[in-house]
Design a protein. Structure first.
Length: 420
């Protein structure tokens, strides 16, 4: 406070020190604190205050103190931090896990309603493909194939709300990331791991209701194999939509990007357009679609069962013939290749999600940056312009002031009642 008094600015008795220090640097409020009435007032910029402080005795003492070398022996071991985050990596990860778990509890109604909806759809689907009407023949094999594809499609569509929830959380994430609360990977890992139970519950809800209701191969091992494929498909879908959300950032772009990714996955999935009907230059898309590996796993698990291999058509097993017609004629070990590919897609999408959260900036925030010298020049120029504009105005007001004595400009037309 003594420094500002030496510069000619005095803090009133009833004014708080914090408010005074903020307002004394403001062009609008600085003049009211000017105490040297005998001298003319000119606006003092921040740079001028800095120069005066460096030239004062306090500024020189501070510069001399800062120029002395630091003695590490006198300092506390925690006085200097070498990390931009306040906690260790493990503590940051635990905090993000607790945060994500709390958000999932708040949105528990959404996850419960999705599971109930999936169970109801499984019952309806089971009545459409009822096992009492399904036989082990070529005609009903197409029904089995359609029901397997419908299960994949429904679990992928069921992951669409993840796109909206991920985008709605991005503004808070960007604010906390830019304030160095936690890194992007600490946010991405809990988002993936805590969604695994959700995928597991929904895949169990579908498989337990529809498997024996539709009449798939009655073997426990093939039941769990189908459950594993559906679980991984749902996990891949959630990871894909989170990855799309991290790069699109807004609901408009996210809906377009999510729809395009879903349609591309669907188009190259091997059911709408069988692999055998794709041109050679387009077959690479079949191997880049997660849905293709889910289709390979489910169809191989079902149609390579013993009941489909006992029936022969032209010397070829019925199950093999059905797979050949769909372009999915692979050996039984391709089931485990499909499992590995789905795990790889899950890892790829989550890594892409973490990278997107790291490199993408907050959308719609662009700021112009100018140097301190140019800002000072602008302040001085504005001050001169304000002084020049005030002079003719003050002269005009002085000249017209005698004629305006006792008059007032009303914002309405007065009504006068006469001759009452």
């Amino acid at each position: 406070m003594s420094f500002f008094e030496s510069c000619g600015f005095e803090c009133p008795e009833r004014k708080g020190s914090a408010d005074f220090l903020q307002e004394v640097l403001s062009k609008k409020d600085q003049k009211q604190y000017w105490s040297r009435n005998e001298e003319g007032y000119n606006f003092v910029t921040v740079d001028q205050f800095c120069d005066k402080f460096k030239a004062s005795q306090s500024g020189q003492n501070l510069a001399e103190e800062l120029s002395k070398p630091y003695e590490e022996s006198k300092g506390h071991k925690n006085a200097l931090s070498f990390s931009i985050y306040s906690l260790s990596k493990w503590d940051l990860l635990k905090a993000c896990f607790a945060r994500e778990l709390l958000l999932m509890k708040r949105n528990a109604f959404i996850y419960i309603s999705k599971s109930i909806q999936l169970g109801l759809l499984a019952v309806i689907t089971g009545t459409v493909f009822l096992r009492t009407r399904m036989g082990v023949d070529r005609i009903h094999a197409n029904y089995y194939m359609g029901s397997l594809f419908y299960a994949l499609l429904l679990l992928m569509v069921n992951g669409f709300p993840e796109l909206a929830m991920a985008i709605n959380r991005l503004p808070i994430f960007y604010k906390q990331r830019d304030d160095y609360f936690y890194p992007a990977w600490a946010y991405a890992i809990p988002s993936f791991i805590l969604k695994i139970p959700v995928s597991l519950v929904e895949s169990i809800a579908w498989t337990t209701i529809s498997y024996y209701l539709i009449g798939y191969t009655p073997e426990a091992s093939r039941f769990f194999c189908q459950l594993l494929v559906l679980f991984l498909i749902h996990t891949v879908t959630l990871s894909m939509f989170r990855c799309v959300a991290s790069y699109c950032q807004t609901m408009v772009a996210g809906s377009v990007g999510g729809t395009m990714a879903f349609l591309a996955t669907l188009l190259f999935g091997g059911f709408i357009i069988p692999r055998s009907f794709m041109p050679n230059w387009l077959k690479w898309g079949f191997w880049l679609s997660p849905l293709s590996y889910g289709e390979i796993g489910l169809t191989g698990n079902e149609f390579l069962a013993q009941r489909w291999l006992e029936i022969k058509i032209s010397g070829v097993a019925l199950g093999r013939r059905i797979l050949m017609d769909q372009g999915l004629d692979f050996s039984s070990y391709f089931y485990w290749i499909s499992i590995g590919a789905l795990l790889g897609f899950t890892l790829l999408f989550n890594v892409g999600f973490a990278i997107g959260l790291t490199i993408k900036k907050v959308p719609g925030t662009s700021r112009a940056i100018i140097s301190r010298n140019k800002l000072t020049t602008f302040d001085g120029r504005d001050q001169d312009n304000n002084a020049e504009n005030r002079r003719p105005k003050l002269q005009a007001e002085t000249a017209l002031s005698p004629n305006r004595t006792g008059r007032m400009v009303l914002p309405f037309t007065p009504l006068i009642l006469e001759h009452l």
